[in-house]
Design a protein around this ligand. Structure first.
Ligand SMILES: Cc1cc2nc3c(=O)[nH]c(=O)nc-3n(C[C@H](O)[C@H](O)[C@H](O)COP(=O)(O)O)c2cc1C
Length: 182
């Protein structure tokens, strides 16, 4: 069993999404003996923007063969960090992770677990005024559905509202990671 662990936050040790992905990986590892973890830090070692030449390089796509993929996804400017978008651009490949058939698009990356730690400075629940600006969780759900995966989300939001709110939201998310081991 292999876990692919991906972080994208630019906030180093102060990052909430990094703390949550670490906890998710620990939980999943604890529940499965002998897990191998492949780690990719997209902020420390960014992938280049997509070019036609890069389609020939399948090294990033090969890592997606992992049984469990854990992704840290902080909200930057209402969507995902550009570093994470560059990674998505390497894994959504026609003929490899999806294809168009008689019945429309078909995902080919089925059979793996994707767990995403979403962190947001504000609140984006359905009733909140900013709900229409939520282009992170909705985007990631859409793109993973497209390649045949139903992702699971652990969300910590309101992190920049106040220090108390930040601590409460992060603790709640860390608590939620415990159920992911099941
Ligand atoms: C460049 C940048 C842009 C941000 N844009 C948003 C935003 O659009 N909406 C929001 O709610 N929070 C925004 N935030 C706040 C982050 O989502 C929040 O600080 C979160 O904790 C980031 O996760 P991290 O600590 O793992 O980096 C932004 C933060 C940064 C650094």
């Amino acid at each position: 069993m292999t876990i692919l662990h991906i972080d994208a936050s630019i906030n180093g040790e102060g990052s909430a999404s990094r703390a949550i992905t670490r906890s998710i990986v620990d939980q999943v590892k604890g529940a499965n003996w002998g897990e191998e973890v492949v780690y990719r830090d997209l902020a420390a070692e960014p992938l280049a923007h997509l070019t036609l030449d890069q389609f020939a390089d399948t090294s990033v796509l090969d890592e997606l063969a992992a049984d469990v993929v854990v992704i840290g996804a902080p909200m930057y400017n209402f969507t995902l960090p550009t570093q994470l978008k560059s990674w998505i651009d390497r894994i959504v490949i026609a003929g490899r992770t999806f294809r168009y058939g008689e019945n429309g698009p078909e995902g080919l990356a089925k059979g793996k677990r994707v767990i995403v730690a979403v962190t947001r400075g504000g609140f984006y629940g359905q009733a909140s005024p900013a709900a229409a600006l939520e282009h992170l969780e909705t985007y990631l759900r859409g793109v993973f559905n497209f390649i045949g995966i139903e992702p699971e989300f652990v969300v910590a939001e309101g992190l920049n509202v106040s220090p108390v709110q930040r601590e409460e939201s992060i603790n709640q998310a860390l608590g939620e990671t415990v159920r992911l081991a099941a």
